[in-house]
Design a protein around this ligand. Structure first.
Ligand SMILES: NCc1[nH]cc(CCC(=O)O)c1CC(=O)O
Ligand SMILES: [Mg+2]
Length: 335
Protein backbone atom coordinates (compact mmCIF):
# COMPACT_ATOMS: atom_id res chain seq x y z
CA UNK A 1 0.00 0.00 0.00
CA UNK A 2 1.38 3.44 -0.91
CA UNK A 3 0.52 6.81 0.50
CA UNK A 4 0.27 9.94 -1.58
CA UNK A 5 3.16 12.28 -0.87
CA UNK A 6 0.84 15.21 -1.59
CA UNK A 7 -1.44 14.51 1.36
CA UNK A 8 -1.40 16.18 3.82
CA UNK A 9 0.15 19.17 2.08
CA UNK A 10 1.70 20.46 5.27
CA UNK A 11 2.50 18.34 8.29
CA UNK A 12 1.92 20.54 11.35
CA UNK A 13 2.84 17.63 13.58
CA UNK A 14 6.51 17.69 12.58
CA UNK A 15 7.32 20.51 15.02
CA UNK A 16 5.34 18.77 17.74
CA UNK A 17 7.12 15.47 17.30
CA UNK A 18 9.96 15.95 19.76
CA UNK A 19 10.45 17.83 22.98
CA UNK A 20 13.35 19.85 21.55
CA UNK A 21 11.30 21.23 18.66
CA UNK A 22 8.24 21.81 20.82
CA UNK A 23 10.48 23.94 23.02
CA UNK A 24 11.89 25.84 20.05
CA UNK A 25 8.49 26.83 18.69
CA UNK A 26 6.83 27.55 22.05
CA UNK A 27 5.32 31.06 21.87
CA UNK A 28 4.59 31.80 25.52
CA UNK A 29 6.23 30.98 28.80
CA UNK A 30 5.22 31.17 32.40
CA UNK A 31 8.03 32.53 34.57
CA UNK A 32 8.37 33.30 38.24
CA UNK A 33 8.64 36.98 37.24
CA UNK A 34 4.96 36.82 36.23
CA UNK A 35 3.67 35.95 39.68
CA UNK A 36 2.09 38.02 42.45
CA UNK A 37 1.04 36.25 45.64
CA UNK A 38 -2.16 37.47 47.35
CA UNK A 39 -2.05 36.92 51.13
CA UNK A 40 -4.54 37.37 53.97
CA UNK A 41 -3.27 39.07 57.09
CA UNK A 42 -4.72 38.90 60.61
CA UNK A 43 -4.11 40.84 63.79
CA UNK A 44 -2.19 39.27 66.67
CA UNK A 45 0.77 36.96 67.08
CA UNK A 46 1.29 33.39 65.91
CA UNK A 47 -2.26 33.38 64.54
CA UNK A 48 -3.04 31.13 61.63
CA UNK A 49 -6.42 30.04 60.30
CA UNK A 50 -7.32 27.90 57.33
CA UNK A 51 -9.73 29.31 54.75
CA UNK A 52 -12.29 26.53 54.39
CA UNK A 53 -13.29 27.29 50.81
CA UNK A 54 -9.64 27.71 49.72
CA UNK A 55 -7.74 24.62 50.86
CA UNK A 56 -4.05 25.44 51.29
CA UNK A 57 -4.70 29.15 51.81
CA UNK A 58 -4.39 30.65 55.30
CA UNK A 59 -5.00 33.89 57.11
CA UNK A 60 -2.07 34.69 59.33
CA UNK A 61 -0.65 37.31 61.64
CA UNK A 62 2.20 39.50 60.43
CA UNK A 63 4.91 37.57 62.33
CA UNK A 64 4.00 34.40 60.43
CA UNK A 65 3.51 36.28 57.17
CA UNK A 66 7.19 37.23 57.36
CA UNK A 67 8.13 33.57 56.88
CA UNK A 68 5.95 33.38 53.77
CA UNK A 69 7.47 36.60 52.49
CA UNK A 70 10.95 35.21 52.97
CA UNK A 71 9.95 32.05 51.11
CA UNK A 72 8.55 34.15 48.23
CA UNK A 73 11.79 36.08 48.04
CA UNK A 74 13.78 32.86 47.97
CA UNK A 75 11.57 31.53 45.17
CA UNK A 76 11.99 34.75 43.20
CA UNK A 77 8.36 35.91 43.37
CA UNK A 78 8.48 39.68 42.71
CA UNK A 79 5.59 40.87 44.88
CA UNK A 80 2.94 40.15 47.50
CA UNK A 81 -0.57 41.60 47.54
CA UNK A 82 -1.94 42.08 51.06
CA UNK A 83 -5.58 41.68 52.04
CA UNK A 84 -6.59 42.36 55.64
CA UNK A 85 -8.97 40.37 57.79
CA UNK A 86 -10.39 43.13 59.96
CA UNK A 87 -12.03 42.47 63.29
CA UNK A 88 -15.81 43.04 63.18
CA UNK A 89 -15.50 45.52 66.06
CA UNK A 90 -13.51 47.87 63.77
CA UNK A 91 -16.07 47.87 60.95
CA UNK A 92 -18.23 50.98 60.76
CA UNK A 93 -20.54 52.82 58.38
CA UNK A 94 -17.80 55.35 57.68
CA UNK A 95 -14.89 52.86 57.37
CA UNK A 96 -12.56 55.06 59.42
CA UNK A 97 -10.23 52.16 60.15
CA UNK A 98 -9.37 52.10 56.43
CA UNK A 99 -7.01 55.05 56.86
CA UNK A 100 -5.72 54.42 60.36
CA UNK A 101 -1.94 54.86 59.96
CA UNK A 102 -1.46 52.25 62.69
CA UNK A 103 -4.04 49.86 61.26
CA UNK A 104 -3.32 46.28 60.27
CA UNK A 105 -2.30 46.99 56.67
CA UNK A 106 0.14 49.85 57.38
CA UNK A 107 1.68 47.79 60.19
CA UNK A 108 2.06 44.76 57.92
CA UNK A 109 3.58 46.91 55.17
CA UNK A 110 6.09 48.50 57.54
CA UNK A 111 7.17 45.12 58.91
CA UNK A 112 7.50 43.57 55.46
CA UNK A 113 9.40 46.49 53.95
CA UNK A 114 11.72 46.66 56.96
CA UNK A 115 12.64 42.99 56.75
CA UNK A 116 12.51 42.47 52.98
CA UNK A 117 12.92 45.84 51.26
CA UNK A 118 13.43 44.24 47.85
CA UNK A 119 10.09 42.39 47.92
CA UNK A 120 7.35 44.39 46.19
CA UNK A 121 4.33 45.11 48.38
CA UNK A 122 0.90 45.79 46.89
CA UNK A 123 -2.02 46.97 49.00
CA UNK A 124 -5.72 46.84 48.22
CA UNK A 125 -7.49 50.19 48.23
CA UNK A 126 -11.20 49.59 48.87
CA UNK A 127 -13.42 49.90 51.90
CA UNK A 128 -15.06 46.46 52.04
CA UNK A 129 -12.86 45.11 54.87
CA UNK A 130 -13.83 48.16 56.97
CA UNK A 131 -17.53 48.74 56.33
CA UNK A 132 -20.20 47.24 58.56
CA UNK A 133 -22.22 46.36 55.42
CA UNK A 134 -19.39 44.80 53.38
CA UNK A 135 -19.70 47.20 50.45
CA UNK A 136 -16.56 48.71 48.90
CA UNK A 137 -17.75 52.23 49.66
CA UNK A 138 -19.91 54.42 51.88
CA UNK A 139 -23.66 54.04 51.41
CA UNK A 140 -26.67 56.34 51.53
CA UNK A 141 -29.95 55.61 53.31
CA UNK A 142 -31.05 53.35 50.47
CA UNK A 143 -27.86 51.32 50.55
CA UNK A 144 -26.57 52.89 47.33
CA UNK A 145 -22.78 53.15 47.27
CA UNK A 146 -21.82 56.83 47.09
CA UNK A 147 -19.07 57.62 44.61
CA UNK A 148 -17.41 60.90 45.58
CA UNK A 149 -17.78 60.44 49.33
CA UNK A 150 -16.11 57.04 48.93
CA UNK A 151 -13.28 58.47 46.83
CA UNK A 152 -12.56 60.98 49.59
CA UNK A 153 -11.94 58.06 51.97
CA UNK A 154 -9.97 56.06 49.39
CA UNK A 155 -7.54 58.98 49.03
CA UNK A 156 -6.79 58.85 52.74
CA UNK A 157 -6.51 55.06 52.66
CA UNK A 158 -4.09 55.07 49.71
CA UNK A 159 -1.98 57.76 51.38
CA UNK A 160 -1.79 55.77 54.63
CA UNK A 161 -0.59 52.74 52.65
CA UNK A 162 1.95 54.78 50.68
CA UNK A 163 3.29 56.47 53.79
CA UNK A 164 3.74 53.05 55.39
CA UNK A 165 5.90 52.10 52.42
CA UNK A 166 3.61 50.27 50.03
CA UNK A 167 5.24 50.08 46.59
CA UNK A 168 1.98 49.76 44.71
CA UNK A 169 -1.50 50.79 45.80
CA UNK A 170 -4.24 48.92 44.01
CA UNK A 171 -7.73 50.46 44.03
CA UNK A 172 -10.17 47.57 43.60
CA UNK A 173 -13.33 49.50 44.42
CA UNK A 174 -14.53 50.58 40.93
CA UNK A 175 -15.52 54.10 41.97
CA UNK A 176 -15.31 56.65 39.14
CA UNK A 177 -12.44 59.12 39.19
CA UNK A 178 -10.52 57.49 42.00
CA UNK A 179 -7.29 57.00 40.09
CA UNK A 180 -6.88 60.73 39.39
CA UNK A 181 -7.87 61.58 42.96
CA UNK A 182 -5.44 59.09 44.50
CA UNK A 183 -2.61 60.15 42.17
CA UNK A 184 -3.11 63.79 43.15
CA UNK A 185 -3.16 62.92 46.85
CA UNK A 186 0.00 60.84 46.60
CA UNK A 187 1.81 63.50 44.59
CA UNK A 188 0.85 66.25 47.02
CA UNK A 189 2.57 64.23 49.72
CA UNK A 190 5.61 63.58 47.48
CA UNK A 191 4.79 59.88 47.20
CA UNK A 192 5.73 60.20 43.56
CA UNK A 193 7.24 56.71 43.32
CA UNK A 194 4.19 54.89 44.63
CA UNK A 195 2.70 53.06 41.67
CA UNK A 196 -1.03 52.67 41.06
CA UNK A 197 -2.31 49.31 39.88
CA UNK A 198 -5.87 50.07 38.83
CA UNK A 199 -8.45 47.32 38.97
CA UNK A 200 -9.95 48.92 35.89
CA UNK A 201 -12.03 46.06 34.52
CA UNK A 202 -13.33 44.46 37.65
CA UNK A 203 -16.45 42.45 37.04
CA UNK A 204 -19.33 41.80 39.43
CA UNK A 205 -18.33 38.17 39.62
CA UNK A 206 -19.63 35.29 41.68
CA UNK A 207 -16.14 33.83 41.61
CA UNK A 208 -15.19 36.13 44.52
CA UNK A 209 -17.20 34.01 46.96
CA UNK A 210 -14.31 32.25 48.74
CA UNK A 211 -12.39 35.55 49.08
CA UNK A 212 -15.34 37.10 50.87
CA UNK A 213 -15.28 34.12 53.23
CA UNK A 214 -11.55 34.57 53.73
CA UNK A 215 -11.75 38.24 54.71
CA UNK A 216 -15.09 37.90 56.48
CA UNK A 217 -16.97 40.36 54.28
CA UNK A 218 -19.49 37.73 53.10
CA UNK A 219 -21.34 37.80 56.41
CA UNK A 220 -21.47 41.60 56.32
CA UNK A 221 -22.63 41.72 52.72
CA UNK A 222 -25.37 39.13 53.30
CA UNK A 223 -27.69 39.07 50.31
CA UNK A 224 -26.14 42.30 49.01
CA UNK A 225 -24.34 42.56 45.70
CA UNK A 226 -21.95 44.96 43.97
CA UNK A 227 -23.82 45.39 40.69
CA UNK A 228 -24.02 49.20 40.92
CA UNK A 229 -20.25 49.61 40.70
CA UNK A 230 -18.53 46.43 39.47
CA UNK A 231 -18.90 45.62 35.77
CA UNK A 232 -21.60 43.53 34.16
CA UNK A 233 -20.07 40.20 33.00
CA UNK A 234 -21.95 40.67 29.72
CA UNK A 235 -19.85 43.69 28.73
CA UNK A 236 -16.61 43.93 26.80
CA UNK A 237 -16.35 47.36 25.11
CA UNK A 238 -17.07 48.93 28.46
CA UNK A 239 -13.90 47.35 29.85
CA UNK A 240 -11.83 49.23 27.27
CA UNK A 241 -13.59 52.44 28.19
CA UNK A 242 -12.80 51.87 31.88
CA UNK A 243 -9.17 50.98 31.18
CA UNK A 244 -8.74 54.02 28.91
CA UNK A 245 -10.01 56.34 31.62
CA UNK A 246 -7.77 54.85 34.29
CA UNK A 247 -4.71 55.22 32.05
CA UNK A 248 -5.64 58.85 31.40
CA UNK A 249 -6.08 59.38 35.13
CA UNK A 250 -2.58 58.11 35.84
CA UNK A 251 -2.67 54.34 36.36
CA UNK A 252 0.74 52.69 36.02
CA UNK A 253 -0.70 49.22 35.47
CA UNK A 254 -4.23 47.99 34.88
CA UNK A 255 -5.99 44.84 35.97
CA UNK A 256 -8.62 42.55 34.58
CA UNK A 257 -10.46 40.49 37.17
CA UNK A 258 -11.44 37.61 37.35
CA UNK A 259 -9.10 35.75 35.01
CA UNK A 260 -10.17 32.62 33.20
CA UNK A 261 -13.73 33.69 32.29
CA UNK A 262 -12.33 37.04 31.03
CA UNK A 263 -9.37 36.04 28.83
CA UNK A 264 -10.99 37.87 25.91
CA UNK A 265 -10.89 41.10 27.95
CA UNK A 266 -7.20 40.63 28.78
CA UNK A 267 -6.44 40.24 25.08
CA UNK A 268 -8.49 43.28 24.05
CA UNK A 269 -6.93 45.48 26.75
CA UNK A 270 -3.41 44.43 25.80
CA UNK A 271 -4.02 44.94 22.08
CA UNK A 272 -5.77 48.28 22.48
CA UNK A 273 -3.46 49.98 24.98
CA UNK A 274 -0.18 48.04 25.21
CA UNK A 275 0.21 49.05 28.86
CA UNK A 276 1.18 46.63 31.65
CA UNK A 277 -1.91 44.45 31.99
CA UNK A 278 -2.31 42.25 35.04
CA UNK A 279 -4.89 39.56 35.61
CA UNK A 280 -6.29 38.14 38.84
CA UNK A 281 -6.92 34.40 39.04
CA UNK A 282 -9.50 34.90 41.79
CA UNK A 283 -10.49 32.84 44.78
CA UNK A 284 -13.27 30.97 42.98
CA UNK A 285 -10.89 29.93 40.22
CA UNK A 286 -8.47 28.66 42.85
CA UNK A 287 -11.28 26.81 44.65
CA UNK A 288 -12.47 25.11 41.45
CA UNK A 289 -9.04 23.84 40.51
CA UNK A 290 -8.19 22.82 44.05
CA UNK A 291 -11.46 20.98 44.65
CA UNK A 292 -11.17 18.99 41.45
CA UNK A 293 -7.52 18.20 42.15
CA UNK A 294 -8.31 17.09 45.71
CA UNK A 295 -10.96 14.75 44.36
CA UNK A 296 -8.47 13.27 41.94
CA UNK A 297 -10.54 14.60 39.04
CA UNK A 298 -7.86 16.91 37.64
CA UNK A 299 -4.08 16.81 37.62
CA UNK A 300 -3.32 19.89 39.75
CA UNK A 301 0.11 20.73 38.39
CA UNK A 302 -0.88 20.27 34.76
CA UNK A 303 -4.17 22.16 35.02
CA UNK A 304 -2.86 25.04 37.11
CA UNK A 305 0.06 25.49 34.75
CA UNK A 306 -2.27 25.39 31.74
CA UNK A 307 -4.63 27.98 33.25
CA UNK A 308 -1.74 30.33 34.11
CA UNK A 309 -0.20 29.92 30.68
CA UNK A 310 -3.53 30.90 29.14
CA UNK A 311 -3.19 34.29 30.86
CA UNK A 312 0.21 34.77 29.25
CA UNK A 313 -1.20 33.74 25.88
CA UNK A 314 -4.01 36.28 26.32
CA UNK A 315 -1.38 38.99 26.83
CA UNK A 316 -1.14 39.37 30.60
CA UNK A 317 2.14 40.69 32.00
CA UNK A 318 1.61 39.50 35.55
CA UNK A 319 -0.80 37.20 37.36
CA UNK A 320 -2.15 37.40 40.87
CA UNK A 321 -2.57 33.80 41.93
CA UNK A 322 -2.98 31.94 45.20
CA UNK A 323 -0.90 29.21 43.57
CA UNK A 324 2.14 31.53 43.29
CA UNK A 325 4.56 29.79 45.70
CA UNK A 326 3.55 26.32 44.54
CA UNK A 327 4.01 27.29 40.90
CA UNK A 328 7.31 29.03 41.64
CA UNK A 329 8.46 25.75 43.19
CA UNK A 330 7.43 23.80 40.08
CA UNK A 331 9.24 26.30 37.86
CA UNK A 332 12.42 25.87 39.91
CA UNK A 333 12.21 22.07 39.59
CA UNK A 334 12.00 22.41 35.83
CA UNK A 335 14.92 24.80 35.44
N1 LIG B 1 -12.24 45.02 47.19
C1 LIG B 1 -12.74 43.76 47.29
C2 LIG B 1 -11.96 42.66 46.68
N2 LIG B 1 -10.62 42.68 46.48
C3 LIG B 1 -10.29 41.42 45.91
C4 LIG B 1 -11.45 40.68 45.77
C5 LIG B 1 -11.62 39.29 45.24
C6 LIG B 1 -10.40 38.46 45.09
C7 LIG B 1 -10.67 37.02 44.94
O1 LIG B 1 -11.81 36.56 44.78
O2 LIG B 1 -9.68 36.27 44.98
C8 LIG B 1 -12.49 41.44 46.25
C9 LIG B 1 -13.86 40.91 46.34
C10 LIG B 1 -15.01 41.73 46.00
O3 LIG B 1 -14.96 42.62 45.16
O4 LIG B 1 -16.04 41.46 46.61
MG1 LIG C 1 -13.42 53.09 36.37
Amino acid sequence: MTFSSQYPQKRMRRNRRDDFSRRLVRENHLRVDDLIYPVFVLDGHKQEEQVASMPGVVRQSVDLLLFQAEQCLRLGIPALAIFPVVDASLKTLTADEAYNPDGLVPRAVRELKKRFPELGIITDVALDPYTSHGQDGLIDDNGYVLNDETVAVLRKQALAHAQAGADIVAPSDMMDGRIAAIRATLDQDYCIHTRILAYSAKYASSFYGPFRDAVGSAAMLGAGNKYTYQMDPANSNEALWEVGLDIQEGADMVMVKPGLPYLDIVRRVKDEFGVPAFVYQVSGEYAMLKAAAMNGWLDEKACVTEALLSFKRAGADAILTYFAPVVAGWLQENS
